[in-house]
Write a protein that binds this ligand. Structure first.
Ligand code: F6R
Length: 243
C-alpha cells in the first residue's frame, strides 16, 4: 500500500483527483469506479474543475458506482444515483449511457447484482476504483463478517452503518435496511485502487486496514493484498498509524 498523509483533506482530495485525471489522460476510454459519501466530495469538485477547464474529458469514459440502497428511487435525494448526479455527473461531459449505478428498485436485487457484475466484466473490468472507508472498516457496503464477499450482491446493513448514515435522513427509521454492493472480489479486481479517509473518527479503521491482520472483520484490510493501492489521508485519519 502506498500511504500518503496530507496536512489537509483539500490537499488529499486534489492528489486523488490527479490520479483519476492521469488515468483518463493515459486512456480516455478508462473504466472508473466511484464511491459516494462525504469523503469524495472534494475530489469530485476537483474532477469537475479539471473537466470544465478542458484539462480532462469523460466523453469516452465508463463509470461504475460501488453501491446503492435497495428500495430508493433514483430520484430520491438520498439515493446514490441522485448523489452522483448532484455532485459529479451533471457537471461533466460524460455520456449518461456509460454511467452505471446499481438499480436499487430492481424487482430482484440478486439478479440485478449478477447483471451488474456482468456489465463490469463486459466493460473489461475497472481501471481505477475510488473507495472511502466506514468507521467499522467497511468498503462499499461490505460489512465486517467472517468471510470476504466475492461478487456484487445484496446485503443487510449493520446497525453501525445504519446509525452512521442516519444523519442523511429525517429519521433513522428511514434508512434503508438493504443495499446492493460490489463485492470484495469485484473491488480487488480493479487494476488500481485509491482509498481516501479523513477525520479522527476514521483513525481506528485506517489503522486496522494498514497495520492490522488481513481479516474479514476489517473488510478494508484485504487491500494489503492488492498490488496497486494508494491511500490518501489527512493527519487525523492517520493519527493512530505506526511510525
Ligand atoms: C459509499 C461507500 C461507503 C463509504 C463509507 C465512508 O459508496 O461505499 O463505503 O465510502 O461509508 O463514507 P463517508 O465518506 O461518508 O465517511
Amino acid at each position: 500500500m502506498n500511504v500518503h498523509i496530507f496536512d489537509s483533506k483539500e490537499q488529499a482530495s486534489k492528489a486523488g483527483a490527479i490520479l483519476f485525471a492521469a488515468q483518463l489522460m493515459d486512456d480516455p476510454e478508462s473504466v472508473l469506479g466511484f464511491a459516494t459519501g462525504s469523503t469524495p466530495l472534494g475530489l469530485y469538485a476537483e474532477l469537475v474543475r479539471l473537466n470544465q477547464e478542458g484539462i480532462i474529458s469523460f466523453q469516452e469514459a465508463t463509470t461504475f458506482n460501488l453501491d446503492e440502497y435497495v428500495g430508493l428511487e433514483r430520484e430520491h435525494k438520498e439515493s446514490y444515483h441522485y448523489f452522483m448526479h448532484e455532485n459529479l455527473f451533471s457537471f461533466l461531459d460524460i455520456d449518461e449511457e456509460r454511467v452505471h449505478v446499481p438499480d436499487g428498485m430492481a424487482v430482484d436485487p440478486e439478479s440485478e447484482a449478477v447483471w451488474y457484475e456482468d456489465m463490469i466484466d463486459e466493460a473489461g473490468g475497472i481501471d481505477i476504483q475510488l473507495l472511502g472507508i466506514g468507521i467499522n472498516g467497511h468498503i462499499g457496503f461490505n460489512e465486517p463478517s467472517n468471510v470476504f464477499s466475492q461478487a456484487t450482491h445484496a446485503v443487510e446493513l449493520t446497525e453501525s452503518t445504519i446509525e452512521a448514515n442516519a444523519r442523511f435522513f429525517n429519521d433513522k427509521s428511514e434508512v434503508p435496511r438493504q443495499a446492493l454492493t460490489m463485492g470484495i472480489g469485484t473491488i480487488m479486481g480493479a487494476m488500481k485502487i485509491v482509498l481516501v479517509a479523513f477525520g479522527a473518527n476514521k483513525a481506528e479503521a485506517v489503522k486496522a486496514m494498514i497495520d492490522g491482520p488481513v481479516d474479514p472483520q476489517c473488510p478494508a484490510s484485504i487491500l494489503q493484498l492488492h498490488d496497486d493501492v494508494t491511500v490518501l489521508l489527512d493527519q487525523e485519519a492517520a493519527s493512530l498509524l505506526l511510525e
